[in-house]
Design a protein around this ligand. Structure first.
Ligand code: NOJ
Length: 878
């Protein structure tokens, strides 16, 4: 392994595509690292103010009009959470009662509404990614969004593209989509659009390189035995940042995501929620993000610094849960009054929040919040922590509509057939069916028995943590298979104790078909299950699933394996076993789990999903792993992203490691032939870096700018009833030093504020920027690729056709995914697969010019059915 790493570092590992120079463009700067490299994150100030470009014009105008009416305190209220358990949602900001504007509600999760009844539990992001189906992504987003809307939620805390899935054992990968940035980018964009079509703001998270659970928060690390003073730092270079991790965020921004959540860990040793480079430069500058950045819960570590670095909303508002004090709230009011933060920055925060609200149409679709996430009781305290305001808090509104059907279909379309020796689909007339494994069964305490799904009991249909929803029901595979077989009054037996080997052998020996259900779980770092501290401790099946499969297969020569897992698992011990006649990866299917798998097993749905990640033979084959132990004494653990862009299939390909099942692989009941590759070149204008300067920061402060608001107007109102723990914007003294909640160091501004941080004058535009998603010319279509796909068989089927490009440079991946489509083809019929290649698709990030550049290296296009089955190939001619 060390030899491979060394070769990788030298950039001399194998590459299968040509590398001689041709074409136009310039070479990327040989210094791969760029300004971002490990030890520090460069400062960037001032924080770019919203300009309302790229479809945000109207929302921007309305937001400015709204914000212009606000007092200082009201603006602060829009930006600061009321504290943990202060209101009904997982996060709320303060209300503006004078204008009848209720407290905005931010609520989990990326797969459905968390901690509430009468909602749907959708398939997880990492599962629907396996459908590679744009329409499905959007439809699922819309369905989720409408449930959030009807519960009275303003912001859905999802979707997820951070973690991207750098490390297969990463605890929260399943909340996101795929370690491939293009697949993730398409999925996140469609999901954002779906959610926002329903009239709810999507919050794309966690920004950025939040790739493992270990050491994301110091108190949490103490919980599993490590004393560290600061959260870990994800250290990466500028190329990996742009070509890999920032890519899907760019797609989310381009799709109009109204919110972004900054993450817990540090990026090159600067915290995610006070990192001026990632928030000011990359997100608001280069990507032209128009919405607002909210902190992850307790991810804020400073007051003035986080505001100047680009954070717009503090969640849940208190410094850490239930302290009753905030970095913002009163302290933000003081910081504006004493000039540490210019008022244009506060105006920009408030404008961004309100523009997102208008952008998705919440002025038309907003309904009052009708639940309280801290209890299922109908009556209780509205302020859970303060225990005040007793009344009707849960109206139990059923918001599910017909979504159950959609979920069933979505999960079936996301199921991947990995092996089939002609045994699938089953007929339902098998004489004796035997079902095995705890993963087939209902959980003893019911599907919601463990808070935040923090256990692995019964069938697995979502991971654990804040990324969960309450199941309205969970159809287990055993329930659904029994129902199916009862249609023909067939014989069905089961053993759901994974370790009852004698019973397993007895049932397996009699059966004509055996179906073994196995799983592997993971989740968020605040819960540890079976010594998996959020991140998985290994890639094995849980409850010794491998032995279960071996035991079943030893006595049953028709053993079908169904895997429910959060990501890749090791399948080497059973995949080639001749008695294992079929293997299905069903991911985390959500509430309809059993029905969806029955639809696949018994032929009501034809399997057509493909793996959104690589299934390696062993964990070492991935080249990267979780940093399980601190490596920097009690200082911040240093998580070095030395592999750069080479994660998942890119690493396997570069190192010539054979996976068990490659990225993009999946079978159906027919085969396909690819032919007739045609590439059409489009003439477009040459790429122009964005130039010029921004307007100065707009001044919306009719109520006075810095130093002109009289602190006496910002004092605690005499008649206010204080709610315990609640965060307010008011001051408790007219002396600003005393009013602030922290120490007064007596320094003049310019000695403790970063240079330019308060400068509201016109600023140079960023060359790679220019509109939401980056320079609009990055999305110019340079080529259209077409290929004919023929269905060789006698059954109708869908093929997920994939387009890869070799960018040709020595440091590039062998191939990168750049396009895909799920195409439906009649028996013996053909269809044309078509995919566009944009300028971004063909560019590398050039650290020198800080822009995207099409290099001189020969670019080769590949088309086929998986990352390793690419029968068509052609060199691109510019
Ligand atoms: C922390 C998680 O990282 C985030 O994803 C979630 O939205 C918040 N907690 C709120 O529950």
């Amino acid at each position: 392994m060390w030899l491979k790493q060394a070769l990788l570092a030298l950039g001399v590992a194998s590459t299968s595509c040509l590398t001689q120079t041709s074409g136009n463009g310039t070479s990327p700067n040989p210094d791969h690292r760029g300004p971002l490299w490990g030890v520090s994150s460069p400062p960037f100030y001032p924080s770019p103010w919203m300009d309302g470009s790229g479809g945000w014009e109207e929302a921007y105008r309305k937001a400015q009009k709204f914000v212009k009416q606000l007092t200082l305190l009201e603006k602060v209220n829009l930006t600061t959470g009321v504290g943990w358990q202060g209101e009904e949602c997982v996060g709320n900001v303060g209300a503006i009662p004078r204008l009848g504007f209720r407290s905005l509600c931010m609520h989990d999760a990326p797969l459905g509404v968390r901690n509430v009844d009468y909602v749907s539990a959708f398939s997880a992001g990492g599962t629907v990614a396996a459908s590679w189906d744009r329409q499905l992504f959007r439809q699922r987003g819309y369905m989720m969004g409408s449930e959030f809307r009807d519960k009275g939620i303003d912001v859905q805390l999802g979707p997820v593209v951070g973690p991207l899935g750098r490390i297969p054992a990463g605890g929260r990968n399943w909340e996101g989509f795929s370690p491939d940035p293009v697949l993730s980018g398409v999925a996140v964009a469609q999901t954002v659009k779906g959610i926002q079509d329903a009239g709810v703001i999507a919050c794309t998270k966690h920004y950025i390189v939040n790739e493992q659970e270990h050491f994301r928060q110091t108190p949490e690390a103490a919980g599993y035995g490590y004393s560290i003073k600061e959260s870990s730092s994800s250290n990466l270079d500028d190329v990996a940042m742009h070509e890999l991790y920032l890519w899907p965020f760019a797609d989310a921004v381009r799709a109009g995501t109204g919110a972004i959540m900054c993450s817990y860990q540090q990026i090159n040793n600067s915290y995610g929620c006070q990192n001026s480079y990632t928030m000011n430069y990359l997100l608001k500058g280069e990507l032209g993000f128009q919405g607002f950045v909210m902190s992850d819960w307790q991810a804020q570590h400073s007051g003035v610094s986080s505001a100047l670095a680009g954070m717009d909303m503090s969640m849940p508002g208190d410094t850490s849960f239930l302290t009753g004090v905030s970095y913002w709230g009163t302290n933000l009011s003081v910081a504006i009054l004493n000039g540490s933060i210019p008022e244009w920055r506060l105006d920009d925060m408030a404008t961004r929040v309100m523009a997102s609200w208008y952008y998705v149409g919440r002025d038309k679709t907003s309904i009052p919040t009708n639940f309280n996430s801290w209890t299922r009781d109908t009556f209780g305290f509205r302020h859970e922590y303060g225990q005040t305001d007793y009344g009707l808090i849960n109206q139990h509104v059923d918001v599910r509509d017909e979504h159950g059907r959609g979920i069933r279909k979505q999960a079936a379309r996301s199921t991947v057939l990995l092996k089939n020796k002609g045994v699938l689909p089953l007929t339902g007339n098998e004489k004796f069916t035997a079902v095995f494994g705890h993963d087939a069964d209902d959980a003893p305490w019911g599907p919601n028995g463990c808070p935040d799904r923090g256990c692995n009991k019964g069938t697995l249909a979502m991971g654990w943590g804040s990324g969960t929803a309450e199941y309205p029901y969970l159809i287990s595979p055993l329930t659904a298979i029994q129902a199916k077989l009862l249609e023909n009054d067939k014989n069905i037996q089961f053993v759901t104790d994974n370790y009852a080997y004698g019973k397993i052998a007895f049932a397996a020996r009699q059966a004509s078909v055996c179906i073994a259900f196995v799983n592997a779980d993971s989740g968020e770092g605040y819960i540890s299950v079976d010594r998996n501290e959020g991140d998985r401790k290994d890639l094995k099946l849980w409850a010794d699933g491998e032995t279960l499969i071996q035991k079943v297969a030893a006595d049953c020569n028709n053993t079908i394996v169904v895997i429910h897992s959060v990501g890749p698992v090791i399948v080497s011990s059973f995949k080639d076993n001749p008695n294992v006649t079929a293997i299905l990866w069903a991911g985390l299917p959500g509430q309809q789990s059993g029905n969806s798998i029955v639809d696949i097993l018994y032929g009501d749905e034809i399997p057509g999903g493909k793996l959104p990640f690589t299934m390696g033979a062993k964990r070492e084959d991935y080249g990267v792993d979780i940093l399980y132990e601190p490596n920097n004494g009690d200082e911040a653990p240093q998580d070095e992203f030395n592999e750069g862009i080479l994660i998942d299939y890119r690493y396997f390909d570069k190192m010539n490691i054979a996976p068990d099942y490659e990225f993009g692989f999946g079978l159906t009941y027919t085969t396909f032939t690819y032919s007739n590759l045609q590439i059409q070149h489009h003439r477009v204008d040459p790429y122009k870096p964005t130039r010029g300067r921004t307007n100065p920061a707009p001044s919306l402060s009719g109520n006075g700018t810095n130093g002109t608001v009289d602190p006496s107007t910002a004092q605690w109102p005499a008649n206010l009833t204080y709610v315990l723990g609640y965060i307010y914007p008011y001051l408790n003294s007219t002396d600003l030093g005393t009013a602030a909640g922290g120490a007064d160091y007596g320094l003049p501004n310019d000695e403790y504020l970063p240079p330019h941080a308060t400068d509201g004058s016109s600023q140079p535009k960023i060359p790679a920027g220019g509109a939401p998603g980056g320079n609009p010319a990055l999305y110019d279509v340079l080529f259209t690729v077409r290929a004919t796909i023929t269905n060789d068989g006698d059954v109708p089927a869908e093929e997920i056709a994939q387009l890869y490009v070799c960018l040709g440079g020595p440091r590039d991946a062998v191939r990168v995914l750049r396009g895909f489509d799920r195409v439906s083809i009649q028996p013996k019929g053909s269809a044309v697969f078509e995919a566009d290649l944009t300028r971004r698709d063909l560019s590398n990030w050039d650290t020198g010019s800080q822009n995207w550049v099409i290099t001189n290296f020969t670019k080769t296009v590949y088309v086929g059915g998986s990352s390793r089955s690419l029968p068509l190939k052609q060199v691109l001619r510019f």
